[in-house]
Design a protein around this ligand. Structure first.
Ligand code: ATP
Length: 696
């Protein structure tokens, strides 16, 4: 029971009648959108002007169509077509031939009479009332023809076969948009859309928000963006489709934006970091722009990043952009390993705590030492965090204040690796705790451990690779890298390896990006971006940061570190690595994630998830599986099965599937959801096992 009393809040200002009127006006569903805000009012004015300018042409078009319709009707009437067809069908044409001929003759006579009467009537009008009467009569006939020829659904012969370019007709005529959705099979023949607002100009394109009919899902529109782009006659890079989420949105609300031209044909924007003297690593770093030109920032702290692409697509540029934000924060410590061994990272040498460029075994072994050093650092951070009071360190996570406190020694530390496949594929033998393995395997295990445990302790991994295949980047490592950025790759499998399982079936496939679109990729962020916290992934074009800008940023980073007294390691002229307890590190790794990949793969899934996954393994290439099919195949009780699946986070949805009685809408599960649930279950089983190990 709550106890309390109402307090008459006399202090609150009373709303004036005007404000109240404005509130009611804005909220009323009866007041049209154009009367509520300026953008829509301006758009409505533009639409009206266009409509007025087009009106004479549309009228003329309607009159011509009316004339065609009238002439067609007259021809079928004068040739007695209906009677003739009926006779043909009943195979009595020969019997009726005489009748038809007589009727045709009669109708020709009527036509001749009318043809004679009309000019005569015109002549009489002209003689009696002058040319004005003739004009008026002509107008009446024209209006009648225009009414006859107006565009109407279902009027055969009224739609011109060649309707001209389809592009952008939908901005004028919402019916064209509905037709496009129907053509793309996103809505049914009898279904229609509700326009949340009319097409409005936004940036260099047109935006419109629509509500799909009940039971249709916005995610399906996102997934089938290509079909919609084709129906709207635009290139798919010009079409951006987003689900509207949050309080103003729902599962069936879609925001479309169609660019006037390829949004990536214009030159890239230069990084805004050039204009700032300093950046705070805790703030998401300016990374690029989306198709509409909105800035997209990438949150970096407490996460790790994987960037993948085929060569020359802008990987290094993307990685340098993320690193630039960290360089401009003097409290950030940087480890830069450039296995590409080019000029790209050279400037970072002046700010990096550890720096190396090269691709030999010697470099790989040095990299292993760095990783060992970082693992030891992370362990020491966790130990020290336990000793800190709750005000300084409320949970086992580094806070902004802690990361800037030089005495605590827990600065945000970023390990930036370009061409990470080189150390991961290295076959130099190393011995760890008496066990022989390759340097590549050891790197994989150390990186996996770091990706899992280090972000909370303030250590970020930023890995870029040219070869995003499953063999090079162990799946256990990929699974724990929070943010992914996939530039163009060769096929959808590689794209899925970077972005996550089944992402292509959800409409995110970076192999479909164009080779000319350098720096354009699909970003799957870990955390909130400008596009909203719930956005799964978005296409981003990275900012442009040529070498001179990069050098300028690095020089600024050095100046800031000198000012703050945070220059250390390689940049401060030290070259030796501090000694670390290798044994302790090796032990930590083997106790924790030494064989994580195998452990994850070996985990036995709980029922009924295990049977469902087994069943799906035999039915590859499906996006959706009906509940009834699963219930029958597994021989389970439907209600209990639904409850069990819900416990794993799998909620049933509806989709259309072909059945014996035609296409039907049935309940079932998205295969992507089931796979994600299986992955979650496996990882949580491994983590539970680790916690048990740690407790022992
Ligand atoms: N956002 C961008 N806008 C315009 N051009 C870009 C952008 N990003 C990268 N580029 C151009 O793409 C080319 C390749 O870039 P980058 O060197 O970063 O690619 P990479 O994938 O790292 O290549 P490699 O595989 O050789 O390491 C460069 O010429 C760069 O100027």
């Amino acid at each position: 029971m709550f106890e309390g009393e109402f307090v008459n809040d006399t202090g609150a200002p009373q709303l004036s009648w005007w404000l109240r009127f404005v509130n009611v006006w804005r909220r009323s569903p009866r007041v049209p959108l154009w009367a509520k805000d300026r953008v829509h009012a301006v758009q409505a004015m533009k639409d009206l002007t266009v409509a007025v300018v087009r009106a004479p042409f549309r009228f003329l078009g309607a009159v011509v169509r009316g004339l065609v319709v009238a002439v067609r009707w007259w021809r079928s009437w004068v040739t007695v077509r209906d009677y003739r067809q009926a006779a043909e069908q009943s195979e009595k044409l020969a019997d009726k031939f005489g009748d038809i001929r007589a009727l045709t003759l009669f109708r020709w006579k009527v036509t001749g009479t009318v043809a004679a009467v009309f000019p005569a009537a015109g002549l009489v009008l002209w003689l009696l009332y002058g040319t004005l009467a003739l004009w008026l009569a002509g107008m009446v006939v024209a209006v009648m023809l225009a009414v006859l020829g107006r565009r109407k659904d279902g009027s055969p012969g009224r739609r011109p076969v060649l309707s001209g370019p389809r592009t952008l007709t939908w901005t004028m005529d919402s019916q064209a948009l509905v037709d496009a959705f129907r053509d793309a099979k996103l809505i049914g023949k009898d279904e229609t859309l509700r326009l949340v607002h009319r097409a409005t100009r936004e940036g260099a394109g047109w935006a419109v928000t629509v509500d799909l009919p009940a039971t249709r899902k916005a995610v399906d529109v996102v997934k089938n963006r290509d079909a919609l782009a084709s129906a709207l006659a635009v290139d798919e890079v010009q079409l951006s489709v987003e689900r509207v989420r949050g309080s103003g949105g729902h599962a069936g609300r879609v925001a479309l934006w169609v660019a006037d031209e390829d949004p990536y044909s214009a030159p890239s924007v230069r990084t805004p970091l050039l204009a700032v003297a300093r950046w705070d690593a805790w703030r998401p770093v300016p990374f690029g722009t989306d198709a509409r030109g909105r800035r997209i920032d990438l949150p970096l702290v407490w996460t790790s990043v994987l960037i993948g692409a085929i060569p020359r697509q802008g990987k290094t540029m993307a990685e340098r952009l993320a690193a630039a934000g960290l360089i401009l924060d003097p409290h950030v410590r940087l480890y830069v390993a450039d296995f590409k061994n080019g000029k790209d990272w050279k400037a970072a040498e002046q700010v990096a705590h550890r720096f190396m460029a090269g691709d030999d075994s010697e470099h790989v072994l040095r990299f292993v030492d760095w990783l060992v050093e970082l693992v030891a650092d992370v362990q020491a951070r966790y130990r020290r965090m336990q000793e800190l009071d709750d005000v300084t360190c409320p949970e086992s996570k580094v806070t902004p204040a802690m990361s800037r406190d030089i005495a605590l020694g827990m600065p945000i530390t970023a390990l930036v690796v370009d061409e990470v496949q080189i150390p991961l594929e290295d076959r130099t033998p190393v011995e760890v705790q008496g066990k022989k393995l390759t340097a590549g395997e050891y790197c994989g295990e150390l990186l996996m451990w770091l990706a899992k445990k280090a972000p909370a302790a303030g250590v970020i991994l930023m890995l870029a690779t040219q070869r995003p295949d499953g063999k090079t980047i162990p799946s256990g490592l990929r699974a724990v890298l929070g943010s992914r950025f996939a530039l163009r790759v060769m096929d959808w499998r590689d794209s899925n390896i970077i972005l996550g399982e089944q992402m292509n079936t959800r409409g995110y496939d970076s192999s479909r990006l164009l080779p000319s679109h350098k720096g354009v990729g699909i970003l799957r962020p870990d955390g909130e971006t400008q596009a909203g916290a719930d956005v799964l992934a978005l296409t981003v074009r990275t900012f442009y940061m040529p070498n001179e800008d990069w050098r300028e940023i690095c020089a600024q980073g050095r100046a800031l570190r000198e000012q703050e007294g945070t220059l250390s390691g390689h940049a401060a002229g030290q070259t030796t690595l501090p000694t670390v307890d290798r044994m302790a590190v090796a032990k930590a790794i083997s106790g924790g994630t030494f064989t994580d990949a195998e452990r994850v793969a070996e985990v036995e899934l709980p029922e009924p998830l295990a049977s469902v996954v087994d069943y799906l393994a035999g039915h590859d290439g499906r996006d959706f599986v009906p509940t009834a099919e699963l219930v029958e195949a597994l021989g389970v009780e439907p209600k209990g099965f639904g409850l069990d699946m819900a416990e794993f986070g799998c909620r049933p949805t509806r989709d259309r599937v072909p059945t014996e009685d035609g296409v039907k809408q049935v309940r079932g599960y998205d295969v992507a959801d089931i796979r994600a649930a299986a992955e979650r279950a496996r990882h949580s089983a491994v983590i539970d096992a680790e916690v048990l190990d740690d407790d022992r």
